[in-house]
Write a protein that binds this ligand. Structure first.
Ligand code: KIV
Length: 262
């Protein structure tokens, strides 16, 4: 699974044969330059989802429910999940949280919308967690996460993202639940893995979290390409003959005559 936020990203992910594309609310960070996902709302979510939908992805298309879109009331939650499906074209929604969110998950499932869970270092809880910190490092906290995972799997989530937990906990939860686990910073034992598009392609600033393996350096490649473009424009090398539109010599001569006599 990989996150995507727009049409070209979805086309690229699909060409690469990714199984699941996720419009993550990490768009807040990697696309909009926000420091947390808390500023990202329903309208931005729908806009990104629609851009991805236009690529008609073959991959399963999941969209994140943004912060506060599933916290206020059950009714509000179902309407927001419904908008994500109806307006954004999602085939499933993902939401952060465990047992606390069971009534909301149940209501979304009752509206026939598949739900992917998300446990561990859940970025929407950044302030409650006291920062972006690995979760489940002590036995009690690990136990609580295992219980959360069991609860959301038993209620009917079709899979769960495990983010920022020790590898042993990723393994334990994967053994404990009947649904696929998808890890990000959760070690190698989860059933699947997810990374953020900009991280996996090296499109960011270069300060990637420990769990990221950048498979390309597209930001460096882009800078180098734009530097060559700037140099070619400055030297007059671009645009060249082949990159310009031409008229016949006759018409060109007439144009020049007209210009002179005018
Ligand atoms: O928003 C996001 O990118 C995510 C992934 C880290 C799973 O939720």
């Amino acid at each position: 699974m990989v996150t995507v936020y727009d049409y070209p990203g979805a086309v690229i992910a699909d060409r690469a044969g990714v199984d699941i594309v996720l419009v993550g609310d990490s768009a807040a960070n990697v696309v909009h330059g926000m420091s947390t996902t808390l500023e990202f709302g329903m309208d931005e979510t729908i806009m990104h989802a629609r851009a991805v939908k236009r690529a008609d992805p073959k991959a399963l298309f999941v969209v994140d429910m943004p912060w506060l879109s599933f916290h206020v009331s059950v009714e509000d939650t179902v309407r927001n999940a419904g908008r994500i499906v109806q307006e954004g074209g999602a085939e499933a929604v993902k939401l952060e949280g465990g047992r606390k969110r069971l009534p909301m998950i149940q209501a979304i499932l009752d509206a026939e919308i598949p739900v992917m869970g998300h446990l561990g270092l859940t970025p929407q809880s950044v302030h409650a967690m006291g920062g972006f910190k690995v979760q489940g490092k002590m036995v009690d906290a690990a136990q609580a996460l295992i219980e959360d995972a069991i609860a959301i799997s038993e209620i009917g989530c079709f899979s769960v993202v495990l983010e920022g937990v020790p590898d042993i906990l990723g393994e334990l939860i994967t053994k404990e639940v009947d649904i696929p686990t998808i890890g990000i910073g959760a070690g190698p034992a989860t059933d699947g893995q997810v990374l953020v598009f900009h991280d996996v392609l090296g499109l960011g600033s270069g300060n990637y979290p420990k769990f990221v393996r950048p498979y390309a350096s597209l930001a460096d490649d882009a800078v180098a390409a734009l530097e060559r473009y700037v140099a070619d424009v400055t030297s007059g090398d671009f645009p060249g003959e082949d990159e310009s539109y031409h008229v016949s010599d006759e018409i060109a001569a007439e144009m020049l005559r007209g210009r002179k006599s005018g």
